[in-house]
Design a protein around this ligand. Structure first.
Ligand code: KG4
Ligand code: ZN
Length: 348
């Protein structure tokens, strides 16, 4: 059993949690969304400064909520890659300083491995192998989870991430930031068959299409053209129908690929993670398709889909149990493939 305090500051949430293996003792998320809303997206410099303001109070809050003392902790963890370097540095430096001060092991965590571990918090009995469909503002990945630290990316986006596509289309429709929840809300009132839109496929040099990779830039352009055409025709833009049609197209594209990965690699469970996992269209499409193929789908509750430190702590606790710790010289990395996570650890 390992009890870990984890810090997550890779983007626009300052989050701290205390996790006992696959059980959350406390989890605090200080969101910066209202701060970035006026710019229509995350401003990296603003994010780092805000993390700096918030991180100490968030750590104190998480510790108080858990009812634990520093002496109860077995390790201190932080997200170290991938993400905004300035933002990552705040949580990473706080964690390394605490590890040194309190004489605890330090564990650096890959943000995407954290999203995978959210499903272990939902189902502590879950064991690899399984497929993780990771859909966030920065990633769209189909990951074959083989063991702790052992991942194979089967497919990913070639351009925009799923969440990025939601945010960009929302901007086209003059909706607020972040756009995903707004499109989700409007789609519930619209007709998903109102406007046929292209799903986007990656051609292979030998002919045919890549079975698992996605592309959303063509879909985004198709929505732009549609909006321009409708605006020329005059009248009010049918925002609900456009949202519903766009959402259904993304949901179909992700579902088709996730099911293909699961069947081809004989994986019985699909664990979904990342902010877009909150999307009701995706939930419905994927559940229906998975049921037809006798596959199990895990959709974590929304607070575990979006960025949080509980998932980071859960991943860190597993690494710590296996004797994986990180050197205090570990730096922040804006990019790091999930297949390379073991670079972060030295074996105790
Ligand atoms: O995982 P996350 O909180 O942060 C990243 O690591 O990126 O994901 C944020 C993304 C945003 O693009 C947001 O628009 C999207 O998740 N999102 C949604 C929904 N809720 C959040 N997209 C579609 N439907 C939603 N309900
Ligand atoms: Zn994330």
């Amino acid at each position: 059993m390992a009890i870990v305090l984890a810090i997550e500051t890779s983007c626009d949430e300052t989050a701290v949690a205390i996790v006992n293996n696959r059980h959350v003792c406390s989890s605090v998320v200080a969101s910066q969304i209202p701060l970035h809303q006026r710019y229509g997206g995350v401003v990296p410099e603003v994010a780092s400064r805000q993390h700096l303001e918030t991180v100490n109070g968030t750590i104190a809050q998480a510790l108080a909520d858990s009812g634990m003392q520093w002496s109860d902790l077995d390790g201190i963890a932080a997200t170290c890659a991938p993400g905004l370097v300035g933002a990552l540095l705040v949580g990473l430096t706080a964690a390394k300083t605490l590890a040194l001060l309190k004489q605890k092991p330090f564990i650096g965590v890959h943000h995407l491995e954290g999203h995978i571990y959210a499903s272990y918090l939902v189902d502590p009995q879950l064991e690899p192998p399984f497929l993780c469909l990771l859909v966030s503002g920065g990633h769209t990945s189909f990951i074959h989870v083989q063991d702790c630290g052992c991942y194979k990316t089967l497919g990913q986006t070639r351009d925009d991430a799923a969440g990025e596509a939601f945010d960009k289309v929302a901007r086209l429709l003059n909706l607020g930031y972040p756009g995903g929840p707004e499109i989700d809300r409007l789609a519930a009132q619209g007709d998903p068959t109102a406007f046929p839109l292209p799903e986007g496929q990656i051609s292979l040099p030998e002919g045919g299409y890549h079975p698992y990779d996605t592309s959303f830039s063509g879909l985004k352009t198709a929505v732009l053209r549609l909006v321009q055409k409708l605006q020329q025709q005059g009248g009010e833009l049918p925002v609900a129908d456009i949202s519903a049609s766009f959402q259904a197209t993304v949901a179909r594209s992700l579902t088709r690929r996730a099911i293909a990965c699961a069947l081809d690699y004989r994986l019985k469970t699909i664990a979904v993670g990342g902010g877009v996992a909150a999307n009701r269209g995706l939930r419905q499409h994927l559940q229906t398709a998975a049921a037809k193929h006798n596959l199990r789908v895990i959709f974590p509750p929304i607070h575990l889909c979006t960025d949080n430190a509980a998932m980071i702590g859960c991943a860190a606790a597993d690494h710590l149990e296996r004797g994986h710790t990180s050197p205090l010289t570990l730096g922040a990395q804006s990019r790091l493939a999930i297949g390379d996570v073991m670079q972060l650890y030295s074996l105790a």
